[in-house]
Structure formats: structure tokens, C-alpha cells
Design a binder for this molecule. Structure first.
Ligand SMILES: Cc1cc2nc3c(=O)[nH]c(=O)nc-3n(C[C@H](O)[C@H](O)[C@H](O)COP(=O)(O)OP(=O)(O)OC[C@H]3O[C@@H](n4cnc5c(N)ncnc54)[C@H](O)[C@@H]3O)c2cc1C
Length: 451
């Protein structure tokens, strides 16, 4: 696989127009980028966000991951009601969605709960928050290079169909999910478990479902009951179908008679694990994903009560990417931190979400019961380079740990943390690596986060 490492790094100012000179540039408008840019902007920093699509949301919207996981505690107790433990920017965004009818009440997901959001309302809420915070947004613009002065990040080269230009910034928040900025500068990163990363999934929405009949059969739990898995296995064994994932998840949405389906499992046509940072693998995932959506939709129409007259409303804009690059940070979230529910004085978010590992034919779930762990601040700070911090799923975490720490309640709060660190860094002229996680946590608490 080809990577961009070092090929798009420029030392010194290239001969190109300077589009903006900023306090903060946020690269990527996913959940982490929207949080980071909003918090920087509302605190008076001259901030812009660049996003390669024409809307914000990233994996949550373009990838249609569709739910805000990671807000509620998991439990085995019989009378287990939703207990929210993550607040701050996550709760601000959830309540804005709720005010527009764009998010469901908590829905059962195994031993915990999640909420399903509307992808259109998500985009509108993000636009509204960024506008209110005075953040300038450049849609349809992508980072293609990095401007460095030795180890210090000075800005980026951006590319749109208008051409190439430069954005200079005192600080850069890499919220690209793929560590696009860090990688182009030659920063250190790794892929999953010795290069093996989690499967991508193509989401789809199914319309015209008779919800009462559906719910009576499927039940309230969004993780499919064993009878659905058994049916898939039997159909596969008979040769009638070839559905590679046996445990599927289905979420009623905020729209009338509509379901959102998380069912596909995408590997290469030759069975290899796809690495979607590579356009060859990414394209294969998109094409194969659309085909697999039709297979699962056919299965649901034929065998899921209530879905007899259903149709595919749409697939995600892009195949959902769970994992690509993880940076090497000054701290690493370990698998042991997660399973032992380790609390930290420098923790910047609580995480009660299970390890939800998508590899093989059945996603593996390791529950954290009646407890959570905390993600340390240093996981956002790259080992190498100054004036750069990451936010979102490219934080420094071991493979299984990331399979828990990557969900949206947490990625919002990573963005919040990166913004609070940026405010401290600029106001006190301190390097990110010299900022104490405890201070970031304190500022997050003042802004509504809970620990
Ligand atoms: C299949 C799947 C199912 C999931 N299910 C759930 C779920 O049910 N609930 C849940 O909470 N989470 C779920 N997740 C996880 C969650 O959606 C993501 O981890 C989270 O949204 C990541 O947010 P982020 O901001 O870190 O990155 P992203 O959402 O990936 O955002 C990165 C943004 O940066 C932009 N970008 C990238 N490179 C560039 C560039 N060079 N220039 C400009 N812009 C760029 C991208 O377009 C994107 O908008 C799922 C993820 C997947 C893939």
C-alpha cells in the first residue's frame, strides 16, 4: 500500500496565495472537528474548519453511523434504565438535535443504550453551531500538504477546484479521522493490530416498514435476537444467500416507518482485510458495500416481519470507516486501561462503551458494567511536532482500546478537549505537550463536562 508520508511536506512558505492567517485551523468537520472549532470560535479565537464534503458529520453522517454511542452506562441489572455519564459538548449537540426533532430517546443496545440521530438534522445543527461561534467554514476543500518549519507546524496547503492555496495558523487541530495532517508531515502513526484494522460497513436506511409488526418480532433491543442470526446462518448454509455478517444491528429512526441498518461486513473480494486509507481498497469497499446492501435488504424484505413492503431509502454517502491511522502520542490508551476501567486525574472523557470489535463474521463485544474508564489528554498529543494536536478517532490507542474509545459521544469530547488545550496553549504560550491534562479537564468541567 502506498502512503503519503513525507511526500506532501513543504519546509518554508510555498509560492501560492495565502487564503487565511488564523489562530486555529481545524482539519475535518466530523464530530471531533465540529466540537473543536465551535469551542475555539466561541472563546474568541480566529478559527476556520476545512472539510472535503459539503457538510459536516464525517463518519456519523457521511458514513451514516447514525447513533451517538458512549453516553450511557452499561449494566446487567434487571431494572436497568439509561444513566447518562457523558455531558459537555456531547450533551450540547444531543440537546440541539432534540430541539429539532433530530434524535430519538435512548434505545436499548444489549446491556446499554444509544440514541439514533437524523443525518440531515445533524448537518444543520453543525452549521448552526459553527455560525454562532463565528467559525469560518470551507467546504469542498481538502488538505493536500503541510507547511513546516523544522518540527513546527505552520500551516497547510489546501486544494479545491479553485486551485491550491495556503492557510497559515498558530495551531492546527487534526480532526481528519485519518491523521491526514500528521501523516503528511511525517509524524508517527500505526494501523490497528500490526496493520490489521476493523472492517468497514456500508449503512443503509429502509423505508415503509410496518413498525408494530417489526418490533413485535425483532424486539426493543437494537442488537438482533438469536433467531435472526440463526436464520442468516441457515440461509447461508442452504446456499440461498451469502450474508457475511450474522449478528446485525437495526435502529428505528426519527422518521416515520424507517429503520437504519448496520449489517454489512466488507472485506476484499479475495477475502483480504481492506485498508480504506488506500483508494484501491476504499473503492472496492464502496462498490462491494452497495452490492451487499441489496443482499441484506432482500433478506429483510423476505424474512423480517414488517419489512415485506420495505425499500432501500439510501445508502451512506461513503462506506463507514471505523479505523485507519492512529497517531503515536505522548500517551497511549491501552487495552488494560479499558478493561480495568482506569480513572485518571488527566482524563478528558469518561467512556462506558464496550470494546466493540468488528473483525471476523461476528462483532465482538466486551462490556464494561456499571463503570467507565477515562481517556488521558496525552493520547491527543503527537510524539513529534509542535503546534499540532489531534481530535477524534485517530488518537493514540491500542487496537481493542480504540474499538471502544472511537464512538461519537467520546469523539465530540476529544474535540472539546483539543479546543480547551488550544485555548491554554495560545493564551499562555505553552506547547501542547507541556499542558497538564488536569488543567484541560478543569476547563472542560467549567464548560459542562462531567468527571
Ligand atoms: C461503520 C461504523 C459504525 C459506527 N457506529 C457507530 C455508532 O453506532 N455510534 C457511534 O457513536 N459511533 C459509531 N461509529 C464511530 C463514529 O461514527 C466515528 O468514530 C466518529 O464519528 C469519528 O469522528 P471523528 O470526528 O473522529 O472522525 P470523522 O467522522 O471520520 O471525521 C473526519 C472528517 O474529516 C474530513 N477529512 C478527512 N480528511 C480530510 C482532508 N484531507 N481534508 C479535509 N477534510 C478531511 C472527513 O471528510 C470527515 O468529515 C461507527 C463508525 C463506523 C465507521
Amino acid at each position: 500500500m502506498k502512503d503519503w508520508k513525507l511526500e506532501n511536506r513543504t519546509d518554508g512558505l510555498p509560492d501560492m496565495p495565502v487564503l487565511r492567517e488564523l489562530d486555529v485551523l481545524v482539519v475535518g468537520g466530523g464530530s471531533a472537528g465540529v466540537a473543536a472549532a465551535t469551542v475555539c470560535g466561541r472563546n474568541g479565537l480566529k478559527t476556520a474548519v476545512i472539510e472535503k464534503y459539503g457538510f459536516c458529520g464525517g463518519a456519523a453522517v457521511a458514513g451514516m453511523s447514525g447513533t451517538i454511542c458512549g453516553m450511557y452506562m452499561a449494566s446487567d441489572k434487571e431494572s436497568h434504565a439509561p444513566e447518562q455519564v457523558v455531558f459537555g459538548f456531547t450533551e450540547e449537540f444531543r440537546s440541539r438535535l432534540a430541539a429539532r426533532g433530530g434524535v430519538t430517546e435512548p434505545q436499548l443496545y444489549g446491556k446499554t443504550f444509544t440514541v439514533t440521530h437524523d443525518p440531515l438534522v445533524w448537518r444543520e445543527v453543525a452549521d448552526e453551531l459553527l455560525e454562532e461561534a463565528g467559525v469560518e467554514v470551507f467546504y469542498h476543500t481538502a488538505v493536500s500538504g503541510v507547511i513546516m518549519d523544522g518540527e513546527t507546524y505552520k500551516g497547510v496547503i489546501v486544494e479545491s477546484n479553485a486551485g491550491r492555496s495556503v492557510i497559515l495558523a498558530k495551531r492546527i487541530i487534526d480532526a481528519s479521522g485519518d491523521a491526514a495532517v500528521v501523516a503528511r508531515a511525517g509524524g508517527e502513526y500505526f494501523f490497528g493490530d500490526n496493520g490489521v484494522i476493523q472492517n468497514p460497513t456500508m449503512f443503509f436506511r429502509l423505508g415503509n416498514v410496518d413498525m408494530d409488526t417489526y418490533l413485535e418480532f425483532y424486539g426493543e433491543d437494537t442488537i438482533c435476537p438469536p433467531k435472526v442470526t440463526e436464520k442468516i446462518l441457515a440461509l447461508n448454509a442452504s446456499g440461498e444467500y451469502s450474508l457475511p455478517r450474522h449478528k446485525i444491528w437495526i435502529f428505528p429512526t426519527t422518521r416515520l416507518n424507517e429503520l437504519m441498518v448496520n449489517a454489512t461486513r466488507l472485506a476484499g473480494q479475495d477475502g483480504r482485510v481492506l485498508n480504506v486509507i488506500d483508494p484501491v481498497d476504499f473503492s472496492e469497499a464502496e462498490i462491494f458495500g452497495r452490492k451487499q446492501v441489496r443482499d441484506y435488504a432482500k433478506f429483510l424484505k423476505a424474512f423480517m416481519p414488517g419489512c415485506e413492503n420495505s425499500y432501500v431509502v439510501d445508502t451512506a454517502v461513503e462506506v463507514g470507516i471505523r479505523q485507519t491511522r492512529s497517531i503515536e502520542g505522548i500517551e497511549k490508551l491501552t487495552n488494560e486501561d479499558v478493561v480495568s476501567c482506569r480513572k485518571r486525574s488527566d482524563g478528558i472523557v469518561r467512556t462506558p462503551w464496550p470494546i466493540e470489535l468488528h473483525s471476523g463474521t461476528k462483532p465482538k463485544l466486551h462490556w464494561l458494567l456499571d463503570d467507565w474508564y477515562e481517556v488521558p489528554y496525552g493520547t491527543l498529543v503527537p510524539k513529534l511536532g509542535e503546534n499540532i494536536i489531534v481530535a477524534g478517532r485517530c488518537l493514540c490507542a491500542e487496537h481493542e482500546a480504540l474499538a471502544s474509545a472511537r464512538v461519537t459521544a467520546q469523539t465530540f469530547e476529544y474535540g472539546h478537549a483539543a479546543a480547551q488545550a488550544t485555548l491554554l496553549s495560545i493564551r499562555e504560550e505553552r506547547r501542547y505537550r507541556d499542558i497538564r491534562g488536569e488543567d484541560v479537564r478543569e476547563h472542560m468541567t467549567q464548560a459542562g463536562s462531567r468527571f
